[in-house]
Design a protein around this ligand. Sequence first.
Ligand code: HEM
Ligand code: HEM
Length: 181
Amino acid sequence: TTGDIKAGEQKASTICIACHGPQGNSLVPIWPKLAGQHPDYIKKQIMDFKAGNRYNVQMTPMAMPLTDQEVADVAAYFSSQKQSGGTADSELTKLGESIYRAGNPTTGVPACSGCHGPAGLGQGLSRFPRLSGQHAGYIKQTLGYFQKQERANDPNGMMRGVTARMTDQEMTAVSQYIQGL
Ligand code: HEM
Ligand code: HEM
């Protein structure tokens, strides 16, 4: 299904931007930015919410009524918008950068850049989402969900594996780094 940006904008402006913000640049960290995210990743997440493979008390009821065409339209719209970016204002960004680029060889945490790319843009393969500029609060919370298996829609358990041996401090640090990436 090919998405229509104009139709997606129409749909998004009546429902989604209330939480995800103008053009998909949300202002509050519990709501992820959608601007500049890969369209196939956006579609997969909405289909996962619809199928019950990912659950959120706010988002699941928003996904349920969307038709395949509407899902393609909002994905086309949000992915075409410019992401607002962010800054990493933490002393932990040095640790964050080292986790992002090299992982933690001692405990077997892999480098994030291996899948999400050196600039956090997802390496062009749409199943690896863009991370750069995303809210640190959302990233940290999401890493915790994967670690506790509360989010389990990652293909082959990739993110559950990545987070299994991460410490709380490593998750805080890498989230800060990603927000400023
Ligand atoms: C997450 C799309 C409306 C609250 C998401 C994600 C997508 C999405 C694609 C996953 C983002 C990611 O994985 O990075 C949409 C669309 C909407 C819509 C297309 C309109 C039809 C809303 C509204 C709310 C909301 C109105 C608030 C009432 C959330 C929350 C999450 C989320 C809290 C994060 C869930 C989590 O932490 O796992 N949304 N959304 N969404 N959405 Fe929406
Ligand atoms: C998703 C962070 C390493 C593969 C995600 C998400 C975050 C994240 C926050 C959710 C994005 C969102 O909800 O918008 C990280 C960090 C890493 C890391 C901080 C390093 C510590 C990796 C590695 C791989 C990988 C090494 C590949 C083996 C994926 C995939 C998804 C994902 C496939 C999408 C899951 C889905 O379809 O729902 N990652 N990641 N990540 N990550 Fe990672």
